[in-house]
Design a protein around this ligand. Structure first.
Ligand code: GSH
Length: 202
């Protein structure tokens, strides 16, 4: 299998963390892909033009990080990061959705702020910022229950917080959120997280 990824992408980071957590390093080749390069061939694998995309040995392609992550979890016999059923499963999926939404809003805000004068909407950027702030507050509320397990929920939350540190370091999300900050300090120290820290350098 081949994972097409970007070094700065928090969505691709989820898949890279899963590969390590699931012990699949020998089965997945990492293929660095620049989606912003006008000559990028990513659309040949993912018509949406996005990373991550997972190309199977038979050529079948999976995309969108939740799909890729659940597929990777199906490829090992260890402890599952997608709980199989019941409340634990829905909690993990909801947490993943919340964290992916933080990534979406943070990325939209960043792209909006990078627009030239006259094309930029401050109101739109502020709307995205407010969504991130509310979501972080919600995560702070449940932070005490995050430490008990490692599921796709924690993986996605860790990648979302890592992205905020990477792109919005000047706006410290830890301020007023001590429980979330404590949880993240421990989670970010996992080998899977340390091995996948985002960077603009290739
Ligand atoms: N919902 C997708 C989002 C993936 C995504 O937006 N990836 C970004 C990189 S961080 C991308 O490839 N953007 C290229 C584009 O939007 O054209 C997922 O979870 O995989």
């Amino acid at each position: 299998m081949k994972l097409r990824y970007g070094l700065a992408s928090p969505y691709a980071r989820k898949a890279r963390v899963m590969i390590i957590e699931c012990g699949l390093q020998d089965r997945v080749e990492l293929v660095l892909t620049s989606v912003w390069d006008p000559n990028s061939d990513i659309a040949a694998d993912n018509p949406l033009g996005k990373v991550p995309a997972l190309v199977g040995d038979g050529g079948e392609v999976l995309y969108d990080s939740p799909v890729i992550c659940e597929f990777l979890d199906s490829q090992h016999d260890g402890l599952k990061l997608f709980p199989p059923a019941g409340g634990a499963r829905w909690r993990a999926l909801r947490r993943q959705a919340l964290a992916d939404g933080v990534m979406d809003a943070a990325l939209l805000r960043r792209l909006e702020l990078a627009r030239p004068d006259g094309e930029r909407s401050t109101a739109w950027a502020e709307r995205q910022k407010a969504a991130v702030e509310r979501s972080l507050d919600a995560l702070e509320e449940e932070a005490d229950s995050l430490g008990a397990e490692v599921t796709i929920g924690q993986v996605a939350i860790g990648c979302a917080l890592g992205y905020l540190d990477f792109r919005f370091a000047h706006e410290d999300w830890r301020q007023g959120r001590p429980a979330l900050a404590d949880w993240y300090e421990t989670f970010a120290d996992r080998p899977s997280m340390r091995a996948t820290a985002p960077t603009d350098k290739s």
